[in-house]
Design a binder for this molecule. Structure first.
Ligand code: AMP
Ligand code: MG
Length: 402
């Protein structure tokens, strides 16, 4: 690259050649027009009628439209920064990455490294496979210690910190409850005995974290479910994988993480009554961060005429009350992921109280369905950026303790 020009990128030369041809054609047209004007005898006509079309008049532009359109389409590609998009299936969901780089080759390389990091996180954390670090930890006998990779230890430390901050509303050890409710197999109703046994086998205190030696100890049998923090951990690992790019935005199954945002970005928030329909637009000013949503809308199951959700309340061992959904903006993917689950479990009333004491750095909006209408209860940091898409959506600002 010379002085910032991506001369190794073939598209740079395509754009340069296209622009040069367009400019040459424009200059030729102007010169010809001027010659024609000075040669044409037009004593009787007004000056305005006598003047031929300017180069950018419709008459001139029409035959040149393909050239102009080509320049318009290719210009962004040849500009100093280029944005590429990639989409793959990973972690049982769709991953979309958008990367701005100095040129196309550089942006594609960054996109590839982000994808690889998400795949690597899946290999470390997924309990849907037998060969991950978490699967091995789950299978290890009680009373043993296991050394973990730096990434897995960091993810568990973040999850355990979230469990503590939310008074256990978020509980990464509730795999026995997930199994009792058959959440991975289409759903079932556990008996009272099964439920009691599953509840007795959960609790974050069952695992000891030793940061100094990067290991965890199973005080008693404990099984970890990464469902509510794995995607967030993958997003953080992906953003940390490469710092060379400008703007990077990743969408992993609906959770967003970004960095280097040059300007505020607007995202659509799904209506919990019909998740295919956006209910509000949210403009996010943060240069970096993550946005996660928890809701039961898409993942409910019916047993004996009753429907249940996949978000479990560790206080009761039962699915949490379904009120709508909650969207959380936080500095990291893991924090947004864990907190959206916890705030759903707490529900709008307790959640609002928790948010009031949470301080800066965590913003949220509860989308509460009441008698068919939608209320958006937002922290002050998000409320200003919310725009309803329908008239019947009310926005209320949640009180903060500061
Ligand atoms: P999310 O969609 O991020 O809210 O995560 C939902 C998934 O996390 C569920 O499918 C369960 O596997 C798991 N889960 C459910 N309830 C909880 C909870 N209270 N704490 C931690 N994980 C949970
Ligand atoms: Mg979550």
């Amino acid at each position: 690259m010379i002085a910032g020009l991506p001369i190794a990128d073939p598209q740079f030369w395509i754009v340069t050649a296209t622009v040069a041809i367009a400019v040459a054609l424009a200059v030729r047209r102007v010169v010809r027009s001027l010659r024609r004007e000075s040669a044409r005898p037009c004593a009787s006509c007004s000056r305005a009628r006598a003047v031929p079309s300017t180069p950018w008049s419709p008459r001139w532009a029409r035959p040149r439209l393909p050239v102009v359109a080509l320049v318009a389409v290719l210009a962004p590609v040849g500009a100093a920064a280029t944005t590429v998009e990639r989409q793959v299936e990973v972690m049982g969901t769709t991953l979309r990455v958008e990367v701005e780089g100095a040129d196309r080759t550089a942006a594609l390389a960054v996109a590839e490294s982000l994808l690889r990091e998400v795949e690597a996180t899946e290999r470390r954390l997924s309990t849907w496979r037998d060969d991950s670090e978490l699967a091995a930890l789950n299978a290890a006998p009680a009373g043993t210690w296991r050394a973990l990779s730096a990434e897995t230890f960091a993810a568990l430390a973040g999850a355990w910190s979230c469990a503590e901050r939310t008074g256990g509303a978020f509980d990464p050890t509730l795999a026995p409850l997930v199994a009792a409710w058959g959440l991975r197999t289409g759903g079932r109703l556990p008996s009272a005995t099964e439920l009691a046994a599953a509840r007795a086998a959960t609790g974050p205190e069952r695992l000891a974290l030793d940061a100094g030696r990067r290991r965890v100890g199973k005080r008693s049998q404990v099984t970890i479910d990464e469902g509510a923090f794995g995607k967030g951990a993958a997003l953080d690992a992906a953003l940390a994988a490469d710092s060379s790019a400008g703007f990077v935005r990743i969408d992993l199954g609906g959770q967003l993480a970004w960095r280097g945002a040059p300007a505020p970005q607007t995202v659509a928030l799904a209506d919990p009554r019909d998740r295919g329909r956006p209910a509000l637009d949210l403009t996010l000013a943060a240069e970096r961060g993550s946005l996660a949503t928890s809701g039961d809308g898409e993942r409910r199951f019916a047993v004996g005429g009753e429907t249940f959700g996949h978000l479990l309340d560790p206080r009761t061992g039962r699915p949490a009350r379904d009120f709508g959904s909650v969207v959380v903006a936080a500095a990291s993917g893991l924090e947004a992921d864990c907190l959206s689950t916890a705030l759903f479990v707490l529900g709008p009333e307790l959640g609002a109280r928790w948010l009031a004491g949470a301080g800066r750095g965590v913003e949220a909006v509860y989308l509460v369905v009441e008698s068919g209408r939608l209320r958006a209860l937002a922290t002050a940091g998000l409320a200003g950026g919310l725009r309803p898409r329908a008239e019947d959506i009310e926005i209320e600002i949640l009180e903060s303790s500061s």
